[in-house]
Design a protein around this ligand. Structure first.
Ligand code: SF4
Ligand code: SF4
Length: 430
């Protein structure tokens, strides 16, 4: 392991006192009841392997592959165990030891490459659209089986909000009235293709609340998916590139805003990711100190409430990397409650993973589907007409579940709902 030492891993796993408070918070333990598929069990396996008591064999691989990386166990843990870091370190080691077949390793790398390269993602979705009469909009069976190690479930390709193309934001979106703040915005990679409407809504809402929004054209993928999949070197490279793109602007920025929960949680940990890199350590620290989720930033600066009512019953699903990775639960709800006429209803297990979890729904389709079905049932019980959630993976995966269940319930990012309310109130125009 390049930047990760055995001592760090030892120190992190030693913090687990095996109390078991995390068990009930863990979606995979709740479904299977198996200790090895619980946080405590996984930590024990990693520690045992690290102490050479067990081999890093296919059983350990299965236990770690089946983890969602949702970090609900961190929220529940009284001992402050940094489970997310332990998992990332273990996965990095797994990928470096070639424990998978060469074909599966190649397929996983290709999947990450396509997902995080906007041009390739747009071209693939466009091809998927043209081939829809033949494929039914699904990933070809051989690819799905290769990626999942032989699971039989099929994988539906996501449908972009707009035409499958790369939609960029202008380098500067000026504040609508007086400039109160200058912020950078990370527009992401998947977001630019699948959720461009969310990106535009984010920039518009920021501008309506007095922010000049800088979106450096050179800023690309943040490396979040790579970290979660154990591709540590690729993640470091992406992080360095993103920092380079923001570096000339960073001193003048009041915040760096992000609307994707998974990316936000990674950006917040760039200081740890690059702590052993002399050239980037200080840049990463400064950058990390400025990172804010969009809902967190809007609540922090205080927003103008929309003046026109938006009659809608909304239920909010907590994306794991916002609720558990960044401990942000109240701010998105607060934004939604600021919209007159909008009724916010809570779903059961709102902060339990929906099964999307980066590429989890592709590489672990069976468990992902069980979690999706459970989530859809909780949504159905609320009577909501609309679901709000703040992560691209959750947006696409829950939308698929709603469609398959035949439910006439729409889904979007909270900032899009806010933008809609502003637009209705005429607050997005000069
Ligand atoms: S709650 Fe924390 S300390 Fe207790 S078993 Fe789980 S990870 Fe270990
Ligand atoms: S990250 Fe999620 S799935 Fe993995 S052990 Fe923790 S709670 Fe369970």
């Amino acid at each position: 392991m390049d930047n990760i030492t055995a001592e760090e891993l030892d120190q992190k796993t030693r913090q687990c006192i095996r109390c078991g408070f995390c068990l009930d918070a863990c979606p995979t333990f709740r479904i299977t009841g198996q200790e090895t598929l619980s946080p405590r069990g996984r930590i024990y396996l990693v520690r045992s392997w690290q102490q050479d008591k067990i081999e890093l064999d296919k059983h350990v691989l299965h236990a770690l592959d089946s983890c969602l990386g949702c970090r609900a166990c961190e929220t529940a843990c009284p001992s402050g165990v940094e489970y997310g870091s332990i998992l990332e370190m273990a996965r990095t080691e797994i990928e470096s030891r070639s424990l998978r077949t060469p074909a599966q390793s190649f397929a996983r790398r290709q999947l990450l490459r396509v997902l995080t390269t906007p041009g390739q993602l747009a071209a693939s979705l466009q091809a998927g659209r043209l081939l829809r009469p033949l494929t039914g909009g699904k990933l070809p069976g051989f690819a799905a089986r290769l990626l999942s190690g032989g699971a039989q479930s099929s994988v539906q390709l996501p449908v972009p909000q707009e035409e499958a193309a790369v939609h960029t934001l202008p380098p500067l979106t000026p504040a609508l009235h007086e400039t109160r703040f200058k912020v950078g915005m990370v527009a992401g990679c998947v977001m630019k293709v699948l959720f461009s409407r969310t990106n535009h809504a984010t920039a518009s809402v920021l501008a309506a609340n007095g922010c000049d929004v800088l979106c450096p054209p050179a800023a690309e993928c943040c490396g979040a998916l790579h970290i979660h999949a154990g591709q540590h070197e690729d993640a470091l490279q992406k992080a360095r590139r993103l920092l380079d793109a923001f570096e000339p602007h960073l001193p003048e920025l009041d915040a760096v805003v992000i609307n994707s929960a998974g990316c936000g949680s990674t950006l917040r940990e760039y200081d740890k990711l690059l702590q052993h890199d002399d050239a980037y350590r200080e840049k990463a620290k400064l950058f990390t100190s400025k990172v804010r989720d969009i809902s967190e930033w809007l609540v922090e600066i205080g927003i103008a409430p929309p003046s026109a009512p938006l009659s809608r019953v909304v239920s909010y699903h907590d994306a794991c990397h916002l609720a558990h990775g960044q401990r942000i639960k109240e701010q998105p709800r607060q934004l939604l409650r600021s919209i007159p006429g909008l009724q916010l209803v809570e779903m059961e297990e709102a902060d339990t993973c929906c099964g999307s979890a980066g590429i989890y729904n592709i590489v672990q389709p069976e468990m992902a589907r069980k979690l999706l079905i459970r989530k859809i049932e909780h949504i159905r019980a609320t009577g909501a007409t609309h679901i709000a959630t703040a992560n691209p993976g959750c947006l696409a995966w829950i939308e698929q579940g709603l469609m398959e269940a035949g439910l006439d319930i729409s889904i979007s990012h909270p900032v899009e709902i806010l933008a809609e309310a502003y637009s209705k109130s005429g607050q997005l125009q000069q």
